[in-house]
Every structure is written in structure tokens, then in C-alpha cells.
Design a protein. Sequence first.
Length: 440
Amino acid sequence: MQLHWQHRVALALYRAFFPLAVLFFVIVLPLWVFSGKRRKTLFKRLGWQDYPQAQHSHLKPIWIHALSLGELLSAGSLIEKVRDEIGKTRPLYLSVSTLSAFGIATQRFSQYCDGFFYFPYDVGFSVTHCLNKVDPAVFILIETDIWPGMLAEIRRRQIPSLLVNGRLSVESFRLYRALPNLFQPGFNTFHGVYPQSSNEADRFLAIGLEPARVRSIGNLKFDVALSIPGADALAALQQECPLPSGTPVMIAGSTHRGEEEMIRSCFLRLRKEFSTLRLILVPRRPERGAEVLDLFREDEVDTALFSQPIRSTPAVIVIDRIGYLSRLYALADLAVIGGSFVPKGGQNPIEPAACGKPVVFGPDMHDFPDIARWLLDAKGAVQARNEEDLYVTCRRLLADPQAARMMGDRARRVVTDNQGTTAKLVHDIINLLQSKPLLS
């Protein structure tokens, strides 16, 4: 894409004022910057970190970036298959932006990746230092994390780049349309953009992406969902999360404040009819585990926190650790999707669907509109409007296990019908490495 003067002016203004905004937050709002997780990543993202260096290869690395935990988990199948394809001759680096994602990245992908680091803030010296150190052959961005300065520098250095599993939130879409001179050059830096769905492709075109840059449509999350727990992994999970054999299990995953109260009320009502029912509740933020557990303190049910020794078979287990939810769905008889009964856009419903579980979500699934619609159309999911609707739906599924299993089978079919995106992506990445252009 050729830059016009409007694009250059917008980028110059951004580069002038964005570092001032970062400085403002560091000086004026130190409690925000130097609290909790941000304190541990701030200076690393400004450039004061050890970048990986290839020890046994003269080839430039492939660099994959995943903003946070959700994007990282989406990238799992791609990371594994890229490594399988390139072998050990070329380095593969992975960057993230959050502390929790970094922990999971090093834990799960050390056998595939040659190095890990934090993605830099979009400040000139941080971006330049990062690209000098990493010097990638290809840059692959997972889903989202668009920064005009970084993409301008990638464009200037002529580094081949791809945006895979692309999606645009409602807020991002509005921002990109409002500032086209700033963001259009960034999107048109990518050699290829791979939207999650045809609707997402239309949204990318609406913000000014050149049509020739739109590549194959598909969602990596469907391929990641292939790796559901086998018999041994399931047995290990049952050891960690003790549940009486044959008892029905309800899982509420990635919940937010305002939802746990609703789920608690629904669960207590269900227990009056299904006395052996167990609940596994997984807050979106694991550090809220003790807070969520306190909701049940006054109830006549046994409760347990997952991080503490569980010596009995409690009625409610609150999961306060990261990285378990996708596997825990295999233990469920029905799955309730968090973030959908409060205005948070919903969470990923593919994982329980891949395990063949009936899926229930609330009225707000705007972060996963296509997947939600596909599941509903296939009758693999139910959308509950409110707490009463949630109770009625869960009661119906628990009272008719055969209907629940059939619903789960239909959900699973939606997943299998949409797999195969990873292979297409790896093919195009290899073509880029071999200097075969994606654009005619």
C-alpha cells in the first residue's frame, strides 16, 4: 500500500503523542502502572528484557505473537504444526503481552519454541530495539493487537507478516473506522489477513483492508479443540478434582462478577431436585477464587478451592488456577459459558462443544457471534435470556440425559465441520519463507 500524505501525518502525530501518553500513565498514575501484574511487565515491554538469540542456526526466526491467554491458546495448533514443518533448523519465537500468558506459554510450548519474550509497547525505541534483536523472517500476529508504530516499522523493514484468526471487536471496529489514516496502512502491511469468518472478512474490508489481502477464512480455535483429554488425562483430572462416579456435573466457565451470584442461585435450586449435582465454577480471573467461594459459605453445601487440598467430594469446586478449563469441560454434563450473562461479550464456547457437551450461554455473545450462531443453528447450544431461563434450561438438560448427549453430539459436529484452518496457514507461511508472494 502506498502511503499518502494523510497517512504520514497521522502516523507522525501518533508517534509524537503516544509516548507522551505512556509517560503520563507512568508518572501521574503510578499506582496503576506499578501495581500487580503491570509492575512485573512494564520495563520488559519497554525493552529491558533478554530477547532470545538463535544458538545453532543461521536462519532468521519465525515470530508468533499472541496478545493474552485467549489468543495464546488459539495459537496452539499453529505453533505445533509450524514446528513440525520447519523442523529444528529454523528458530521459532513466541511473544505475549501479559504475565499470565507468559507463564502458560513457557509451560506449554517450551518443546516447540526456541524463545519467549514480551511484546514491546508501541514506543519508538522499544519497537526498534525489539526488531533489531529478534530480526524475524516472518511475523505472525494472532487475532488482534494492532499497533500503528510497530506495523510501520515492519513495513519499513519489509518483513513479511500475517494476521491470522483475525477478528474485530465492536469497540476496535469503531476505532479503526474513525481513524482510517492511522490504521489503514497498518492493516495493509500484512501480506495476508485470515479472518475467523465471512462476517469478520466483511468488517476488515469495511475498515479499508485491500481485498487482495484477504486470505482463506477459518478459525484456529476449532483445530485446537482436537486435543481434548484422553482416558489417562481424564483420570488424572478426576484425581485432582474429585467427583463421585455417576453424579451429574455442571461447569460454569470464565465467569465474571454478577454471574456467579446467578449461577449460585440456579445451582441451589437445581440441587433440590438433583441432590447429587456437582458444580465446578471457574472465574475468569483465578485470583478471585476465594471471593467466589465466599458466595457459598452460608449455604448447606460442601465447598472447596482447587488450589488447596481437597479431601472429600465437595458439591462446589472453585478453580483458582489458569490452564485447566479446556480440560475440565470433559468432566461436565453441561457447560455454562461465562461473560455472556453480563455485558462482557461472552467467552469461547468451542472448548465444551469439542468435548461433546451441551452448551448454554447468555444473551451477550458479541465477541463470538458466528460461533454462537452456528451452535444455535445446529441445536448444539441454547441461549438463555436471564437467570430463570438458565434454570429452566439446565433443569431440562439434567432431567433428560439422552437429549443432553444428542445436543452435545451436535455441538461436537459443528467443531469437526470447521477444522482444517491450521494446515492452510502453515502452507502459506512456508511459501512466505520461500519468498513466494501471497499477493498476485
